[in-house]
Ligand binder design. Structure first.
Ligand SMILES: [Zn+2]
Length: 347
């Protein structure tokens, strides 16, 4: 009613209270004393969960337990990460972020960026943590209604290589996808999973050709311009028009925290001074011989150069290091850092 009447526009904050479908059916049956079929029919007539995820400032899942209390506490203490582009979801024991813009296409694709405590391990210790990682994939895929056996996770090594999945089987860190930092596909039920601890996740969707991409663009990938490769590969492989592409920039270390030495600063200066925006890209730190670099801005500039529309570049605006309580951050946790995963799959 709030949205239909337009009254949401005069509210500073709108909190949507959601519950899983079974709970809703149960409650309606009890409240209105009707049978199950009638309750199901009534729910089908209502706006679905995605509508509220797109529209509400925050969403709370009311399971009538401690989790509900925690979710409300996090909203009121500023720990909920929802913003105009992002909705923060609490699903029983797990938490993840979604882009409101991609939820608009929920009948075509599923996606998320996971939060702690989920941890997908890094390349070097995957073997020891295999079972734990499998359990976490099952949990997140369960929440998104995806099959965890369809995970494609490349062996990322900060390259600019973007690979289209052809006939390879789903796999985690197999040789099929060694030294690959971006995956693209037009096939349904291929769950693209890349992992992150500060690097920039770029989720691509072309609603015209119905193809997706998942790209790992850390400072090295940014320097090597993997974002440019991603747009070009989507063009070559699927005939995507860059103007149709949507690119969602996930949580990553931002220019508030990405402090570098003179050598890295010089590399970026030399490579990107042509943009005319070097004073926005590089800022002097208060510490001597230290600089802050805005790698997100470089990715945006590259995407625009490749012909994308600024309105289709959606930034989460979230810094992983500033929010390391919720996200694995290499800068904050060093070698102890786990990995968040950015997932996207056509359905
Ligand atoms: Zn920060």
């Amino acid at each position: 009613m709030l949205f239909e009447s337009g009254l949401d526009k005069i509210c500073d904050t709108v909190i949507g209270v959601l519950a899983n479908e079974e709970t809703c059916i149960d409650r309606i049956m009890k409240r209105d004393n009707i049978d199950r079929d009638k309750a199901v029919a009534r729910i089908k007539n209502q706006n679905n969960e995605d509508f509220f995820k797109i529209k509400c400032t925050y969403c709370v899942y009311n399971e009538e337990n401690e989790s509900t209390k925690k979710q409300l506490e996090e909203i009121f203490s500023g720990k909920n990460l929802s913003n105009k582009n992002i909705i923060h979801i609490y699903d029983k024991e797990i938490e993840y972020l979604q882009f409101r813009r991609l939820i608009e296409y929920a009948d075509k694709l599923k996606h998320c960026y996971t939060l702690k405590p989920l941890d997908f391990g890094h390349n070097s210790n995957y073997k020891e943590n295999k079972e734990k990682v499998a359990k976490n994939y099952k949990a997140i895929c369960g929440a998104l209604n995806l099959n965890y056996e369809n995970i494609y996770r490349p062996y990322q090594t900060h390259t600019d290589v973007v690979k289209r999945i052809v006939n390879e089987k789903p796999s985690i860190l197999s040789d099929d996808f060694k030294d690959v930092d971006g995956l693209i596909t037009d096939k349904k039920n291929q769950v693209l999973s890349l992992t992150f601890a500060d690097c920039i996740p770029l989720s691509f969707y072309d609603p015209v050709k119905n193809v997706i991409g998942n790209i790992h663009s850390g400072w090295q990938g940014t320097y090597k311009e993997i974002a440019r490769q991603a747009v070009r590969r989507l063009k070559e492989e699927f005939g995507s028009d860059p103007k149709d592409l949507i690119c969602c920039i996930g949580p990553s270390i931002r220019d508030c925290c990405f402090e570098t030495d003179e050598d890295v600063k010089n590399m970026f200066y030399d490579k990107f001074k042509y943009t005319g925006r070097i004073n926005e890209i590089i800022k002097k730190s208060q510490r001597n011989f230290k600089y802050y670099i805005d790698t997100v801005l470089i990715n945006v500039i590259i995407l625009l150069e490749e012909g994308m529309n600024i309105n289709n570049i959606i930034d989460s605006g979230i810094c992983t290091k500033c929010n390391s309580r919720k996200m694995h951050s290499h800068r904050e946790e060093r070698d102890l850092a786990g990995r968040n995963t950015n997932l996207i799959s056509l359905v």
